[in-house]
Design a binder for this molecule. Structure first.
Ligand SMILES: CC(C)(COP(=O)(O)OP(=O)(O)OC[C@H]1O[C@@H](n2cnc3c(N)ncnc32)[C@H](O)[C@@H]1OP(=O)(O)O)[C@@H](O)C(=O)NCCC(=O)NCCS
Length: 128
């Protein structure tokens, strides 16, 4: 399963692929991973807060609602665990991801200038 995840991650993030061992380490460190054949989301919970570490959908399966579905499954799981706030950071120039998050109720709460190789990181939050 971790190898399939690594293969899918490479298609989603060709310039910064994570290995199966990287995913194994994330799991060992307490991260949750929800994955299907065409998408994955990784997140971490601390008390009543959660942070989305990453989300990706196979390039051939985008704009079919998988991103929204992954966020929805995660959110349902977090609500059951008593989580109240979800945080994330996204590159300012990542239009698809920013649109996905905004459409799903995340609001901008700050900016980390030049955080990703010279590109600003937009910090976002959703209260659930
Ligand atoms: C961001 C990503 C996960 C979106 O996944 P997706 O399954 O295509 O998203 P959905 O089909 O659920 O789209 C939901 C909404 O997000 C917005 N959206 C998604 N992709 C978009 C795009 N390319 N341009 C504009 N809006 C977009 C739209 O509002 C869309 O609703 P609509 O299709 O009804 O208009 C996907 O593009 C991806 O894997 N990107 C590469 C990895 C990445 O950058 N991850 C985020 C790191 S922070």
């Amino acid at each position: 399963m971790l190898k399939e995840l690594a293969n899918l991650h490479k298609l989603c993030f060709p310039h910064k692929p994570w290995s199966a061992d990287d995913f194994g380490d994330l799991k060992k460190s307490g991260c949750e991973i929800i994955a299907s054949q065409n998408g994955f989301i990784v997140y971490r919970t601390t008390l009543d807060e959660a942070e989305i570490i990453t989300i990706g959908v196979h390039p051939d399966a985008r704009r079919t609602g998988i991103g929204v579905a992954l966020l929805g499954v995660m959110e349902a799981d977090l609500k059951k665990s008593g989580v109240k706030h979800i945080f994330l950071e996204v590159a300012a120039d990542n239009t698809p991801a920013r649109a996905l998050y905004e459409q799903n109720g995340f609001v901008q709460i700050g900016v980390r200038p030049r955080y990703y190789d010279g590109v600003d990181a937009i910090m976002m939050r959703k209260d659930i």
